[in-house]
Design a protein around this ligand. Structure first.
Ligand code: GDP
Ligand code: GDP
Length: 449
């Protein structure tokens, strides 16, 4: 979805002229008479290779403060609320007026990023107004001429960071994967030898197509099995990749099986959700952690499955231990689901697929830019970023640029100096605010252009 950019300012500063320049069709009515009322209009805008939706706010008469509070506020607020950033225009020839100041405080209160444009600046006619504009307290002005197309390169640079969204191609891909009920969800069962992977796959599929035991390598002819899981709301076709199967197919089973990281990595590459199968009697050993780390680093959604639960006496105590250990050893994904069961008896195996679907949904989570920025504003307000060498680090804008796993880009001054603890604060904040609990979240900090 293209991002919306609102054009805001008092009447006659050149909003329509700029809108027309960006949208390219002469949709908007341009009139010399102040106060020509228009509806809020939107158009597909283009500036170089940037695309966005330009939203022109209505012309508003030079009204006394009281009237300003009403109609004008509503319309402008609505446009601003939906926008990722606002282009705030003033007439550089006329200088800063009280109405400009009213708009400036309205925009400051909105918390939205503001790009201040001193319009009608062709031929230096707007120099005085340009310098006045600093006093509005919404950042440095950019001199443009909407009518003559001057300053568009500067406008491009200012807008660029706010348009870091998914590109269309990627989005279409995801739509297909997500919505296509025929496209199977790819799940890999990874784990140490003897964790019970083959037993689990058999159990899930509900038939003895894959045999465990010494002759497994001979009977298996496929490293993946497709089957359908009947969920509460819909059927989910699932393609299971079994690393044990891969290994067994690759070569005749050796007596002393070692974990093959290469096998696991191959399975992880194929997969969307990785199920790390632990042996309840000996969970989280070095190899388990190595596999978990591998899956998370590859950006996969992860479920921790604890097998051989039938062998555990104090199940409550064991579960507490497992949760504590997972939280400590895998801090990248604090709420990773842990599902205990016995693949041998079948008890509890029905917990696994709902957990897989849950992480899959989180992995595909998408947060709208305005909601993210509302959250950022609040987060920064509640707990301001620290100052380094006397200057406060500023976080201005955030957008989700990818899903699978959810990846966010935030604009941050002195990005390299932001302490890790503050980054964690932000990541945890995103988790809580948007309920993306089970998967790693990536946060990239970018210096403003
Ligand atoms: P709006 O009310 O903010 O939408 O302003 P308009 O786009 O209708 O423009 C108001 C007037 O300013 C019109 O006469 C435009 O031709 C003029 N105008 C717009 N941009 C420029 C500019 O860059 N330079 C000059 N000199 N005039 C401009
Ligand atoms: P893989 O190497 O991970 O594929 O492990 P297998 O599925 O071949 O299982 C290894 C051994 O663990 C076999 O002897 C299984 O019978 C046993 N096993 C698998 N699941 C369970 C379980 O839930 N409980 C118990 N007690 N044993 C299990």
């Amino acid at each position: 979805m293209p991002v919306k950019i609102a054009l805001v300012g008092r009447p006659n500063v050149g909003k329509s002229t700029l809108f027309n320049r960006l949208v390219g069709k002469r949709l908007a009515l341009v009139d010399d008479t102040p106060g020509v009322t228009r509806d809020r209009r939107e158009g597909d805008a283009k500036l170089g290779d940037l695309t966005f939706i330009a939203v022109d706010t209505p012309g508003l008469e030079e009204a006394p403060e009281a009237a300003l509070e009403g109609r004008m506020r509503k319309q402008t607020d609505a446009a601003v609320a939906e926008a990722a950033a606002c282009l705030f225009l003033i007439d550089a020839r006329a200088g800063v007026t009280p109405l400009d100041q009213t708009f400036a405080s309205l925009l400051r209160a909105s918390g939205k990023p503001v790009i201040l444009l001193a319009n009608k600046a062709e031929g230096n006619a707007g120099d005085a107004g340009f310098y006045d504009a600093y006093a509005l307290g919404v950042g440095d002005p950019i001199a443009i001429s909407a009518e003559h197309g001057e300053g568009m390169a500067e406008l491009y640079n200012a807008l660029d960071p706010f348009l870091a969204e998914l590109d269309d191609e990627e989005e279409i891909d995801e739509e297909q994967e997500w919505d296509n009920p025929l496209k199977p969800l790819r799940v890999a069962i990874i784990g140490r030898p003897n964790a019970g992977k083959s037993t689990l796959v058999n159990r899930l599929i509900g038939e003895n197509r894959l045999l465990t035991g010494p002759e497994a390598g001979i009977t298996r002819d496929s490293i993946s099995v497709e089957w359908k899981w009947r969920g509460r709301d819909r059927d989910w076709p699932v393609k299971l990749f079994d690393t044990a199967g891969m290994r067994k197919k690759a070569k005749v089973q050796s007596k002393l099986e070692k974990l093959s990281v290469a096998d696991a990595l191959r399975a992880i590459k194929f997969t969307e959700v990785a199920v790390l199968l632990l042996d309840a009697e000996n969970p989280f050993d070095k190899q388990d952690l190595q596999l978990a780390d591998l899956a998370l680093r590859e950006g996969r959604a992860l479920v921790i499955a604890v097998n051989k639960w039938d062998l555990i006496e104090d199940k409550d105590q064991k579960m507490r231990e497992l949760k504590e250990t997972a939280g400590r050893l895998l801090p990248q994904a604090p709420d990773i689901p842990i599902t205990p069961f016995s693949a041998l008896t079948g008890a509890g195996v029905n917990r696994l697929m709902p957990a897989v679907i849950k992480v899959y949904i989180d992995w595909n989570a998408r947060v709208k830019t305005p909601e993210l920025n509302d959250w950022l504003q609040e987060a920064v307000h509640r707990h301001a970023p620290p100052a380094v060498s006397g200057q406060r680090i500023k976080l201005r804008y955030i957008a989700q640029t990818k899903t699978r796993p959810p990846t966010f880009v935030a604009q941050c001054t002195r990005a390299d100096e932001l302490p890790e603890s503050y980054r964690r604060y932000l990541i945890n904040g995103i988790r809580d605010a948007f309920d993306i609990k089970a998967v790693p979240i990536r946060l990239i900090l970018k210096k403003p252009a």
